[in-house]
Design a protein around this ligand. Structure first.
Ligand SMILES: [Zn+2]
Length: 312
């Protein structure tokens, strides 16, 4: 089976705990991911809400260096554009990685840092974490995008860096709709109609992402599933499917960033979730949710981006 995961905090944990990616005590290791025929992973550098300014930028640089080192050590292809991704997945059958930032506070309020981060491989940014930052308010804050946030979204579109609205406030979501006409994503958010939590998407938000050609990653965190039972993921998938989400539903399990449901202790357990989806929706749809929708999305949106073959 093929697996493309939209969000994990593993590389941030490797940076903090000074450990490697091949074998470790984390949810994700390369050893565990050997169960997949193809594994593509978005690795996020997570920015806590009490870290801002230069400290935030330094943390990003430190974690990026860890991903670069681990990718080189383990033969993982760090991908920057469509060709990188296709070459890794289709031609060379290598594990593929994409770099993202969770919390644009990492940029320290600087568009120059956005360009630097792009040159260091970043192809997606979650605009906020739960509190407010230079770009706007997170789900616990409630405020919309700041003037810098609007500028940031517009520069991201020019560079081809994808906007991620997971963690963003509802007002911020509306502002993103006005600030860009590019497809955007929610990398790790479920359905608010199923589990009433501000981290989850309303039906209207899901429909907006769908109309834009974006994707939405199902999150395994019990607080957003609404249960410690992993089978609850089906309720969220059912809801999104009822809104026309066949080509939109993806997975952003939130490994190494969130507690996991009963029976899921690492990325190798995703096989159980794939089986659950296949039993309920059939192989074709399960394959789309697990890999196809996300692969197609990135192959489309990263067309004009620079390769990551020689990143700094
Ligand atoms: Zn998160």
């Amino acid at each position: 089976m093929h697996y493309f995961d939209l969000h994990c905090d593993t590389i941030t944990e490797c940076f903090i705990k000074n450990c490697g990616l091949y074998e470790n005590d984390l949810h994700i290791s390369i050893k565990k991911a050997q169960v997949f025929e193809t594994w593509a992973q978005v690795f996020a550098v997570w920015m806590p809400d009490d870290m801002r300014g230069e400290a935030a930028w330094n943390r990003f640089c430190g974690a990026q260096a860890v991903l670069k080192r681990e990718a080189a050590l383990n033969g993982i292809a760090l991908c920057g554009n469509t060709d990188d991704l296709a070459d890794a997945v289709e031609a060379k059958n290598r594990n593929a990685a994409l770099l993202s930032i969770e919390g644009s506070a990492a940029l320290g309020g600087s568009l120059d840092n956005l360009e630097k981060a792009y040159n260091m491989g970043v192809r997606m940014i979650t605009l906020t974490w739960n509190a407010a930052c230079e770009a706007g308010g997170g789900c616990r804050d409630g405020s919309g995008l700041t003037p810098f946030g609007f500028e940031l979204v517009s520069h991201m579109q020019k560079l081809g860096v994808v906007v991620d609205v997971s963690h963003l406030s509802d007002k911020g979501f509306c502002d993103v709709v006005r600030a860009t006409d590019a497809p955007f994503v929610a990398t790790h958010s479920n359905s608010r109609a199923v589990c009433d939590n501000k981290r989850n998407l309303t039906d209207d938000q899901f429909k907006e992402i769908t109309q834009r050609g974006g994707i939405v990653g199902l999150n395994l965190c019990p607080a957003f599933l609404g249960s410690k039972s992993v089978e609850n993921i089906l309720k969220h998938a059912d809801r999104f499917l009822s809104l026309g989400g066949e080509n939109v539903i993806a997975v952003g399990a939130d490994f190494d960033g969130a507690p996991m449901p009963t029976g899921i202790s690492g990325i190798d357990d995703m096989v159980k979730i794939y089986d659950l989806l296949r039993e309920n929706y059939g192989k074709e749809l399960a394959d789309k949710m697990f890999f196809g929708n996300t692969y197609k999305f990135f192959k489309t949106v990263l067309t004009g981006c620079n390769s990551c073959n020689n990143i700094i």
